[in-house]
Design a protein around this ligand. Structure first.
Ligand SMILES: [Zn+2]
Length: 208
């Protein structure tokens, strides 16, 4: 069983669970920090059943001109996440301190998963201190040394893996992480599925 915590199908951001029998697609809803104008009618989302998580949403300093607006939108998403008890899949570029500040100021309790993490080990420690999860994808291929260093310092209970827009197979991403750590793919599958189960327990209907 392979959990792909963040990937895209058509224009939709999803969580995908792949096993021997096929795959299960779980919808997530969000607004990219660089597409704040894209309208989404939150009132129409069927929170109880259709939506498994909020995301991807977040903060991106590569789009500095809209950063203030990004923070406003993200604050609304945090509120929705807490109200409807949905985990949040987060896109964060060069804004980790602002992200942590918002976690603190909103007193958010829902799990936050930092997708596509490729920051420093020190940054990761700060995120872990605030109960966040770390999802790795392309960094495993683009910077093996850094990825290995991140994996060495990341408690496996906080790890997710993802394909995002890479077009890779999720099982190949697991093999890559296994090769960098010396862990068995089976161990990663079991552990990450447990991690996913922990997100699920925040939300009675995730995956339902
Ligand atoms: Zn994505």
């Amino acid at each position: 069983m392979f959990v792909d915590i963040h990937t895209h199908i058509d224009n939709q951001s999803v969580i995908k669970i792949v096993d021997g029998c096929g795959e299960r697609i779980l919808t997530t809803v969000g607004v990219h920090p660089w597409e704040l104008d894209r309208h989404f009618d939150w009132s129409e989302a069927e929170w109880s059943n259709e939506v498994s998580a909020i995301g991807e949403v977040g903060l991106d300093k590569a789009h500095r001109d809209t950063f203030g607006q990004q923070q406003e939108v993200f604050a609304q998403m945090i509120k929705l996440s807490e109200t409807y008890r949905k985990p949040v899949i987060i896109h964060c570029v060069r804004a980790y301190s602002e992200l942590i500040a918002m976690r603190k100021s909103t007193k958010a309790k829902m799990p936050w998963v930092i997708h596509g993490f490729n920051g420093s080990v020190e940054t990761m420690r700060q995120l872990l201190k605030h109960d966040m999860y770390i999802s790795l994808g392309e960094v495993l291929y683009r910077n093996e040394t850094k990825a290995a260093e991140i994996l060495k310092n990341l408690p496996v209970e906080r790890l997710f893996l993802e394909t995002d827009v890479s077009g890779r197979e999720i099982k190949d991403v697991y093999s890559k992480a296994a090769a960098l750590t010396g862990w068995e793919v089976g161990f990663l599958c079991k552990q990450i599925f447990e991690n996913y189960g922990r997100l699920e327990t925040t939300n009675g209907n995730i995956g339902g």
